[in-house]
Design a protein around this ligand. Structure first.
Ligand code: NAD
Length: 489
């Protein structure tokens, strides 16, 4: 038997305690090499004054044990409470969210009987950084942050996952035709990293058509890697069309820590009725056992679970008259899995996990390369609810001084000065691009500007009664543009 691992367990809220008890019973019966530290998280903890949903002592237990099996929790309504999941993912560096979405037809009703998709979602960055501002009366902003180390890690993780689990293809989904800098980084690094995995097929898809194809022909996909927001959406689509959100397990993996949970929430509508399907949490526990290298218990539980589904013992969410054998409760489902430990499914393909097969994927440390950074201008964001584009252009040109020229003004990304169209609707939020006074049109030959000169420009704006709400500097990195061009620039 493999070494014993001490893990942290939280029973959560709603159906959490019932599905966790069912899962722990199965783990015990399968002689999974685990010991547990129990912590309390969720509603009661939030309401006793801990706005993060966890006490400092329990947080220390989580950090010490490094592996966490978590039941769903109920986050109370109200702006004062922080999502515990987001806190755990970000604070413990759980950069990769892995959701396996497989169909189990005909036992579980689905239009896509051949689907077997794994979504690898970036977990720490993108629009989920949660940095939002209202900048003017009209306009609100959310920052989309995408980093080179974050992108490298998740793309390499997806390929390593495909390798470790014998998968054939990795599809990267982005919107790089629109977001050329952020999503463009994904496609660029995907093209680079795929070279290290010549045996795995790779494809790049635009997220809109990619999501449409996934919903229509999920059997064409294998592993999908994508940014946080897109991954959140497409993993729910994939789970839903596979038959039931109640079946899916989810792994949140970091360099040192990992958290395993069901895809679904705390299902308060059926709590305390012995009615919840414990499958999602059981499958998360299987992912956890593989992560720990406990292949024997993982294989035993996974096959017994497949056998139980196949034998038609179904909780209420899966039960179909004429197809299911009998409707069972949470506890009875767990007992049925326990009875089948050691058996394999006959109709579904049994799983085989090899000895010593530690599927704990390790990604090399990021080494930041030296980059030459040159300041070539600045975008000043101006709040003005009454002015026209041409009048603002004339006013700012007069304030540009000897060092700068106003290259253009855009409103929500569309160029409105010079040569804007009268039809373009304008808000009170103007992006005004200042560059070196002697620049030509060629954006690859922009002249450097001084930071001190930019400060003087800001001073002139202030004196000219221009309300600058934000500035964003323009840089070349190693001679390459570090910013997008305005439409029509
Ligand atoms: P939910 O997933 O809890 O429930 C949606 C529907 O699916 C309900 O009708 C529920 O009865 C059913 N359902 C869910 N899981 C089931 C299972 N295992 N077996 C049978 N039926 C199941 O989503 P919700 O209602 O939007 O959220 C309820 C609470 O859960 C909210 O407080 C939410 O914040 C929380 N939540 C927590 C997590 C988490 O802890 N990871 C994730 C999502 C939602």
């Amino acid at each position: 038997m493999s070494q014993t691992h001490r893990i942290t367990v939280a029973k959560g809220d709603g159906i959490g305690p019932e599905i966790m008890d069912a899962t722990l019973k199965v783990l015990e019966a399968a002689q999974a090499p685990l010991t547990y530290d129990y912590i309390t998280i969720g509603k009661a903890v939030y309401e006793s004054g801990y706005t993060a949903g966890i006490t400092p002592e329990d947080w220390e237990t989580l950090r010490r044990n490094k592996v966490f099996l978590k039941a769903p929790i109920t986050t109370p309504q109200g702006s004062g409470y922080k999502s515990l999941n987001v806190t755990i993912r970000k604070s413990l560096g759980l950069y990769s969210n892995v959701r396996a979405c497989q169909s189990f037809a005909p036992m579980v009703r689905t239009k896509h009987p051949k689907m077997d998709v794994v979504v690898v979602r970036e977990n720490e960055e993108d629009l989920y950084a949660g940095i939002e501002h209202r900048q003017t009366t009209d306009v609100f902003q959310c920052l989309k942050l995408v980093s080179i180390p974050g992108t490298r890690k998740i793309i390499r993780y997806a390929f390593e996952y495909a390798k470790a689990y014998g998968r054939k293809k990795v599809t990267c989904m982005v919107k790089d035709n629109i977001m050329k800098v952020t999503d463009g980084l994904y496609s660029r690094l995907f093209e680079e990293i795929k070279q290290d995995y010549p045996d795995i097929e790779s494809e790049l898809r635009i997220i809109d058509i990619g999501a449409a194809l996934l919903a229509d022909r999920p059997e064409d996909f294998d592993v999908i890697v994508t940014l946080n927001l897109y991954g959140d959406i497409i993993s729910d689509i994939a789970a839903q069309i596979s038959g039931s959100v109640g079946l899916g397990g989810s792994a949140n993996i970091g360099r040192e820590h990992a958290m395993f949970e069901a895809v679904h929430g705390s299902a308060p509508d059926i709590a305390g009725q012995n009615a919840g399907n414990p499958s999602g949490l059981m499958m998360a526990a299987v992912q956890m056992l593989l992560h720990l290298g406990a292949h024997e218990a993982a294989q035993k539980i996974h096959n017994a679970w497949l056998r139980t589904l196949e034998d038609g013992l179904h909780t209420g969410d899966l039960y179909q008259e004429g197809q299911s054998q009998s409707k069972v409760g949470t506890r009875e489902f767990a007992e049925a899995v326990i009875e089948r430990l050691g058996q394999e499914p006959a109709r579904f393909k049994p799983v085989k996990y090899a000895e010593g097969d530690k599927r704990n994927i390790e990604i090399p440390e990021y080494e930041r390369p030296a980059a030459e950074k040159v300041l070539v201008g600045s975008d000043l964001f101006v709040d003005d609810p009454t002015i026209s584009a041409d009048d603002l252009g004339a006013k700012l040109q007069a304030l540009a001084g000897p060092e700068f020229k106003l290259k253009m003004i855009t409103n929500r990304g569309v160029k409105v000065f010079p040569d804007g169209l009268p039809e373009t609707f304008c808000t009170d939020h103007w992006r005004c691009r200042f560059v070196h006074a002697e620049n030509t049109k060629d954006v690859s030959q922009m002249k450097p500007v001084e930071k001190g000169a930019l400060l003087k420009l800001m001073q002139r704006m202030h004196e000219g009664d221009v309300d600058v709400v934000k500035t964003e500097n323009l840089y070349y990195f190693d001679g390459q543009l570090g910013f997008s061009l305005g439409q029509g620039e």
